[in-house]
Design a protein around this ligand. Structure first.
Ligand SMILES: Cc1cc2nc3c(=O)[nH]c(=O)nc-3n(C[C@H](O)[C@H](O)[C@H](O)COP(=O)(O)OP(=O)(O)OC[C@H]3O[C@@H](n4cnc5c(N)ncnc54)[C@H](O)[C@@H]3O)c2cc1C
Length: 385
């Protein structure tokens, strides 16, 4: 495959760079930087949406540019380089939006995609339950079918990210107990601004809060169902691979690497030879991670699906590498040096101290490192295959 950007992709990247450097966006970025540490960039997302640049790979009739998944990845990288918090965008547009695009029926696409693409609607993910994050087939949350064809949702979800900024949650629930535990799961878009939904923050090391969401009888209609009834397991697996391109871990690793590298620079570049060797080695690993991530993205683009084990390799590599980068930064300067940088969001890169608190979560979210290794060994190392 070819990792070079096409002429059109370079032009798109340049347009984004000009857009992010505009006075209006810079002012908004500064406001975010000085606001609460759990950053809210929805105003910037809306401005991108007005230019049809928030969901570049959505077809034009759903508010996108009709371009490829590569453009979507370029947008995420450029957000990160320009200090625009990208986490909610990755959840809402890249993961949920693309899941709807790949797996939903036409009326479901028409209902949700245009408002996700213009930034009016933001969506979080409600899969994990207490002690059931790694084994989603054993979920307890459930939907009850009413006589009028609507569903009532009950359950308790945990560790949901950016929930307080979202309008809907993409939720996995049990709709049938027939068949194996992998049968009978269904995905719904559940409105979160509802009196029967309780959202409570879960304290976390990271600046990005996690939330518990309790649903105590929330009505949804059959048009809020994504895909087919009882067929959620297949879609969840497809969606997990979209979550595991490695892209959102790679962009963190890259910006933290730049932070570490720039701290080591003196008037002669990096004159300590050992430091230069160690950081160059990490830089090569970043290149490898980028190659893996774009290989996954290329598969999505061409096939609309991706090999589960390839996505696991990319997610594992990028998330562990992001940890290595931050820990190397601490090895070189010590925690004291990082603490003295302050707590806030640096307009370009964030702080290494905040990164230090964020890294453990990277090896858990979207599937733990152990689960990634299990997937890789199951599909790649089984000698009978
Ligand atoms: C920063 C962050 C953001 C998150 N965002 C979201 C979100 O937006 N939405 C959402 O639904 N969830 C989210 N999660 C939850 C995340 O997906 C789960 O934490 C993760 O899947 C692990 O599930 P668990 O915490 O229930 O751990 P468990 O599944 O209970 O696992 C506990 C430990 O046992 C290990 N383990 C479990 N099974 C096996 C096995 N078969 N083989 C080997 N080891 C095993 C795990 O690796 C882990 O170390 C987020 C988590 C974090 C940290």
């Amino acid at each position: 495959m070819n990792f070079q950007l096409t002429k059109e992709q370079k032009e798109f990247r340049d347009t984004l760079r000009t857009f992010f450097q505009s006075k209006e966006i810079k002012e908004l970025t500064n406001e975010i930087k000085n606001g609460p540490s759990d950053y809210d960039a929805r105003e910037i997302y809306k401005l991108l949406g007005q230019e049809r640049m928030l969901a570049p790979n959505f077809p034009e009739e759903y508010g996108g540019m009709g371009s490829s998944f590569f453009e979507a990845a370029i947008l995420t990288e450029e957000m990160s380089y320009n200090g625009i918090p990208e986490a909610l965008h990755v959840l809402s547009t890249l993961i949920v939006g693309n899941l709807i695009l790949l797996s939903a029926k036409e009326e479901q696409k028409r209902k949700y995609l245009p408002s996700i693409a213009n930034g009016d609607t933001n969506v979080c993910i409600l899969y994990s339950e207490p002690k059931k994050g790694s084994d989603l087939s054993s979920l307890d949350s459930h939907a009850i079918l009413e006589e009028d064809g609507t569903y009532l949702l009950y359950g308790r979800k945990v560790y949901s990210m950016k929930t307080h900024l979202t309008d809907y949650g993409l939720i996995a629930v049990r709709t049938s107990n027939k068949g194996s535990k992998y049968d009978g799961l269904t995905l719904f878009m559940v409105p979160l601004k509802n009196k029967n939904v309780t959202i409570t923050p879960i304290p976390s090391l990271s600046d990005e809060s996690l939330y518990e969401v309790v649903l105590d009888g929330v009505y949804v209609s059959s048009s809020d169902l994504i895909g087919d009834l009882d067929e959620g397991w297949t879609i969840i697996n497809k969606a997990l691979s979209v979550e595991r391109t490695g892209l959102d871990y790679l962009v963190r690793a890259e910006r933290w690497f730049d932070l570490v590298w720039n701290r080591e620079l003196d008037e002669n570049g990096i004159s300590n030879e050992n430091t230069l060797i160690e950081l160059t080695r990490l830089g090569s690993k970043l290149d490898a991670s980028k190659a893996l991530t774009y290989k996954v993205i290329d598969e999505f683009d061409r096939l609309g699906a991706v090999d589960e084990s390839l996505a696991a390799i990319s997610k594992y590599y990028a998330s562990e590498l992001a940890c290595d980068v931050v820990w190397k930064g601490h090895d070189l300067r010590g925690i004291g040096a990082s603490l003295s940088e302050g707590h806030g969001y640096n307009p370009l890169y964030g702080s290494l101290e905040a990164a230090y608190r964020e890294t453990p979560g990277l090896t858990l979210s979207a599937g733990t490192s152990e689960m990634m290794l299990e997937t890789i060994s199951k599909f790649r190392l089984n000698s009978s295959n």
